[in-house]
Design a protein around this ligand. Structure first.
Ligand code: NAG
Ligand code: NAG
Ligand code: NAG
Length: 260
C-alpha cells in the first residue's frame, strides 16, 4: 500500500487536502483546551503527511513492533505466547448508578458502552499521533462518530463494539465487516491509575484507570487479554450529590487485544 493511501485512509488526511465532511463540534471544542487539542493534532497530522512525501517506502502496518503504553505504575505484562492482534480506539460512555436514598452514597460503576475504531495501523506507524486520537475524539460528539461510522476527526472505521454482558463482565465483539477477530468476555486482572497528566473528559472528568482484562469462558478467535490504556475522561464525580439514579460519563481510550 502506498503511504499516501495509508495516511488518507487511516489518518484522515483528506482533511488536509479537501473540504472534509466535518461533524458538529460540541461545546467543549470551543474551549481553549479543545481548540489547542485540535490544532496540535492537525499540526502533527500535516507534519506526517509532509514526511510521507519525502519517504521512499511506505511504512509497514506491522503490529509486532507496536509497544503497549505504560502508566507510571505499570500494569502486569502481557502473558508469554500471546501476540498483539488489534488496537482499537474505544469511544463511548461509562455508566454509573447512584443510591438516591443515601445522602453520602458514592457513584457505582454500572458497565460501559463503546464503539471500537480500527487504530491498528496508526498505532503501528505513528504512536505519537495515536496517543492524541482519544483526546481529539473527545472534542467531537459521540452521535456524529457513530452516525458517520468513522471516528471524528479521523477516518478510522469501526472494528467492533464494547458492552457489558452482566454487571461485572465487559465484552468486546471484534467481528466487523473488514475482519472477524472473534469476541472476548473478560474479568478485571489489574488496574492502575492513569498518568497524572491524562486528558480529562468534556466536563473535566478525570481519566478512568488503566486496566488489564483477561478472558473468561466463551472467548473466540483465541483472544486472551485486553489492555485499556491512554484513557480520556470517563470518571464519575466523587459523590452522588446532585446526580440522578443512573448517568453516563463520556470516555475515550485505546484497547489492545492479544491472542494466542
Ligand atoms: C451510604 O453510602 C456510603 C458510601 O458509599 C456507605 O458507606 C453507606 O453504607 C451507605 N448507607 C446505606 C444505608 O446504604
Ligand atoms: C484494521 O485495518 C487494517 C488496515 O486497513 C486491516 O488490515 C485490518 O483488517 C483491520 N482490522 C479490523 C479488525 O478491522
Ligand atoms: C448505560 O448503558 C446502556 C447500554 O448497556 C444504555 O442503553 C443506557 O442508556 C446507558 N445509560 C444509563 C443512564 O443507564
Amino acid at each position: 500500500m502506498q503511504l499516501s493511501t495509508l495516511l488518507l485512509s487511516a489518518l484522515g488526511a483528506t482533511a488536509v487536502y479537501a473540504a472534509p465532511a466535518f461533524p458538529d463540534l460540541n461545546v467543549a471544542a470551543a474551549s481553549p483546551e479543545g481548540i489547542e487539542t485540535m490544532s496540535e493534532y492537525f499540526t502533527m497530522l500535516a507534519q506526517k503527511v509532509q514526511q510521507s512525501r519525502q519517504m521512499a517506502a511506505a511504512p509497514v502496518c506491522d503490529l509486532s513492533k507496536a509497544v503497549l503504553p505504560e502508566a507510571p505504575n505499570p500494569l502486569p505484562p502481557v502473558s508469554a505466547g500471546l501476540t498483539l492482534k488489534h488496537v482499537a480506539i474505544g469511544r463511548g460512555t461509562q455508566n454509573y448508578t447512584c443510591d438516591l436514598k443515601n445522602a453520602t452514597a458514592v457513584p457505582k460503576a454500572n458497565g460501559a458502552v463503546a464503539t471500537l475504531f480500527n487504530a491498528s495501523c496508526i498505532v503501528a506507524t505513528y504512536p505519537d499521533l495515536a496517543k492524541m486520537l482519544g483526546r481529539v475524539s473527545m472534542q467531537f460528539s459521540l452521535t456524529q462518530s457513530e452516525a458517520s461510522k468513522k471516528l471524528a476527526p479521523s477516518n478510522l472505521i469501526i472494528s467492533g463494539k464494547h458492552w457489558f454482558t452482566n454487571p461485572t463482565t465487559p465484552f468486546f465483539d471484534l467481528d466487523s465487516p473488514t475482519q472477524q477477530l472473534g469476541g472476548v468476555p473478560c474479568t478485571k486482572a489489574a488496574d492502575v491509575a492513569a498518568p497524572a497528566d491524562a486528558p480529562v473528559g468534556q466536563l473535566g472528568e478525570p481519566a478512568v484507570r488503566w486496566l488489564k482484562l483477561t478472558a473468561v469462558a466463551g472467548a473466540t478467535g483465541g483472544l486472551q487479554e485486553v489492555y485499556r490504556v491512554e484513557t480520556v475522561g470517563g470518571s464519575a464525580p466523587a459523590t452522588c450529590k446532585g446526580m440522578p439514579a443512573t448517568f453516563e460519563v463520556q470516555y475515550a481510550t485505546q484497547y489492545w487485544f492479544y491472542a494466542q
